[in-house]
Design a protein around this ligand. Structure first.
Ligand SMILES: *[C@@H]1O[C@H](CO)[C@@H](O)[C@H](O)[C@H]1NC(C)=O
Ligand SMILES: *[C@@H]1O[C@H](CO)[C@@H](O)[C@H](O)[C@H]1NC(C)=O
Ligand SMILES: *[C@@H]1O[C@H](CO)[C@@H](O)[C@H](O)[C@H]1NC(C)=O
Ligand SMILES: *[C@@H]1O[C@H](CO)[C@@H](O)[C@H](O)[C@H]1NC(C)=O
Ligand SMILES: *[C@@H]1O[C@H](CO)[C@@H](O)[C@H](O)[C@H]1NC(C)=O
Ligand SMILES: *[C@@H]1O[C@H](CO)[C@@H](O)[C@H](O)[C@H]1NC(C)=O
Ligand SMILES: *[C@@H]1O[C@H](CO)[C@@H](O)[C@H](O)[C@H]1NC(C)=O
Ligand SMILES: *[C@@H]1O[C@H](CO)[C@@H](O)[C@H](O)[C@H]1NC(C)=O
Ligand SMILES: *[C@@H]1O[C@H](CO)[C@@H](O)[C@H](O)[C@H]1NC(C)=O
Ligand SMILES: *[C@@H]1O[C@H](CO)[C@@H](O)[C@H](O)[C@H]1NC(C)=O
Ligand SMILES: *[C@@H]1O[C@H](CO)[C@@H](O)[C@H](O)[C@H]1NC(C)=O
Ligand SMILES: *[C@@H]1O[C@H](CO)[C@@H](O)[C@H](O)[C@H]1NC(C)=O
Length: 448
């Protein structure tokens, strides 16, 4: 009997170690895999500068002011630091999830069955450089490593799990490896890992389509989120030196003056007592979370938009990195630039995969990931990835936005020109100038 089980497991392991060739696997196959595929729960204890665990929970499609008006969100903010200037990157959902782990949208302007080639790295590759354990908890994922397009309530067919809200499944570099694939788990595994003290150091939590407000609203989602967080705040094992980010994929209104700002909150044991109930007005994006994780654990950069992204103050204060003030009055993050994942709805298709930076220190201060340097050796970066916000001169995308170093105590001027040494990783004590970013000649916007 035992032998038989082992054989079946081995079969399942092989089957799930491949990149999916279909977006809609038959239910029979899903049930068979669910019966045999075991979750993977690696652990580690790598000390970070500002936190030892970084988790994020994403709700869907809520405008800043609507979150702000919700009493449960107000309560959550009172337990930590409210980030008042945190921006999602584009619309619709999937490119935001993609960006949060890949440092790029790759032009994605849709919620399609997108697969990102194996030679594109993700945050997993950064964490792996120091053996920092990671995982995902996707509510109603039918089995660890499931790659199908959705898994719905089998009686009502109401959507529960959707692939477009799972960041790591988009990356072939993750799903082509069976062990890694099985670190993407059902939300029930969160309870198991919590109980068994097997939680990873980095994790991404996606509630189902009801709990995440996608098919409901902020009132409903906050009633799901608050009790969960309230319980976790009392759990010493979970909260010790943990930073938990409560945020959104994007806002709801595609066109308005607030342009994709999302009501984001940091809670957890890593938030100093005296900062609870305070606000942080620093400019952040989803890319800042990759950069902050890198700076915290001394990891390299993907060489994409994580390279120039501002660091969470909690971390920047430890490394001495000086963040940028971004003048957001001309910032438009409601769509993205051309790329291979665009289907022409909001962004232009371009066949070329954007080339990342292969040199530079980046805001995290530890250069570029080795495999990125090797894969893209000798190639010129497609964008000025040292900028704290995404822009593209060629497409006229955010090319009139400006940014200055926060410390207004310096001389000289510089423009972003892809020379990362000039304006990246400058410690606070170095006199540094006002830096203008994106002030290139206005190229007519193709996208208006
Ligand atoms: C948020 O702003 C929008 C307009 O941009 C408005 O329709 C909505 O009522 C506001 N919500 C609240 C809670 O004030
Ligand atoms: C990465 O893989 C894609 C898809 O296979 C390919 O088009 C591209 O040329 C590769 N890039 C590099 C730098 O090897
Ligand atoms: C996945 O989690 C949901 C609740 O989040 C639970 O109802 C379901 O039984 C779980 N499925 C598996 C295969 O563990
Ligand atoms: C995926 O969604 C479609 C459309 O709602 C539904 O018909 C199908 O049963 C779902 N698939 C699974 C595996 O839940
Ligand atoms: C979403 O999850 C909750 C439990 O957290 C469950 O009650 C609900 O049935 C799930 N799905 C749908 C479609 O409501
Ligand atoms: C697959 O991932 C695991 C866990 O990260 C790693 O130990 C293993 O070396 C990887 N296998 C390959 C073939 O890359
Ligand atoms: C959310 O939906 C519930 C039930 O339909 C409703 O009572 C509540 O007022 C809604 N909240 C908002 C902010 O619209
Ligand atoms: C983004 O906002 C601009 C300016 O308001 C608007 O012209 C454009 O249509 C918006 N894009 C999308 C995808 O809604
Ligand atoms: C960072 O340092 C500044 C200046 O000392 C301080 O005002 C701020 O509260 C600190 N922020 C955090 C999150 O530690
Ligand atoms: C790289 O960044 C680190 C951390 O911010 C800093 O200590 C170091 O001086 C930087 N190196 C260069 C060459 O800018
Ligand atoms: C990067 O910046 C330089 C100088 O500001 C500009 O000439 C170039 O077009 C920019 N490149 C891209 C891809 O935006
Ligand atoms: C500017 O820096 C100098 C030397 O580091 C310091 O003495 C001075 O107080 C700073 N001024 C401001 C306005 O921060």
């Amino acid at each position: 009997m035992k032998v038989a089980v082992v054989t079946i497991l081995a079969g399942a392991v092989l089957a799930s170690a491949e990149v999916a060739t279909t977006s809609l696997p038959p239910l029979k196959e899903i049930h068979a895999a669910a019966a045999t595929t075991l979750p993977e729960s690696p652990t580690s204890d790598v000390k970070g500068l500002a936190f030892d665990r970084f988790y994020q929970i994403w709700i869907e499609n809520i405008d800043y002011n609507d979150s702000e008006a919700d009493t449960n969100q107000q309560w959550l903010a009172s337990q930590g630091i409210l980030l008042t200037n945190f921006w999602a990157l584009t619309h619709p959902s999937e490119p935001n999830y993609c960006a949060s782990v890949g440092g790029d949208t790759f032009g994605m302007d849709n919620d399609n069955f997108n697969q990102i080639p194996e030679n594109v790295s993700s945050i997993v590759d950064l964490l792996d450089t120091r053996g920092i354990s990671w995982g995902e908890y996707q509510e109603h994922l039918p089995y660890p490593g499931y790659q199908g397009f959705n898994f719905s309530d089998q009686e009502t067919y109401a959507p529960d799990y959707v692939r477009k809200h799972n960041p790591l499944v988009l990356f072939n570099s993750v799903v082509s490896n069976d062990t890694k694939a099985r670190q993407m788990k059902n939300f029930t595994s969160f309870d198991d890992d919590l109980k068994n003290k097997k939680l990873p150091q980095w994790a991404f939590i996606t509630p189902n389509m009801t709990n995440d407000a996608h098919d409901t609203n902020i009132t409903f989602a906050s009633k799901w989120e608050r009790p969960l967080v309230e319980k976790l705040l009392k759990n010493d094992y979970f909260m010790k030196d943990t930073l938990l980010l409560l945020t959104y994929d994007e806002d709801k209104t595609y066109i308005h003056k607030d342009g994709n700002r999302i009501f984001s909150i940091l809670v957890g044991g890593a938030v100093p007592e005296h900062l609870k109930g305070t606000k942080d007005n620093t400019f952040y994006t989803h890319y800042s979370m990759i950069a902050s994780v890198s700076a915290n654990w001394k990891l390299p950069s993907l060489g994409r938009w994580d390279c120039g992204a501002n660091l969470l103050e909690l971390v920047a204060n430890k490394t001495g990195y000086v963040n940028y003030d971004v003048d957001t009055s001309n910032l438009l993050l409601n769509e993205t630039y051309p790329g291979p994942m665009a289907d022409g709805e909001h962004a232009k298709f371009s066949p070329d995969w954007p080339v990342p930076l292969t040199t530079g220190n980046c805001s995290a201060g530890h250069g570029i990931l080795d495999i990125v340097k090797k894969t893209y050796a000798g190639k010129t970066a497609t964008y000025n990835y040292t900028s704290p916000y995404p822009w593209d001169a060629k497409a006229g995308y955010n090319n009139k936005v400006t940014a200055t170093r926060k410390a207004a105590n310096s001389t000289g001027t510089s423009t972003t020109d892809g020379d990362s040494k000039k304006n990246v990783g400058v410690p606070a004590h170095v006199p540094f100038s006002t830096i203008l970013i994106g002030l290139v000649l206005g190229v007519p916007s193709w996208f208006i």
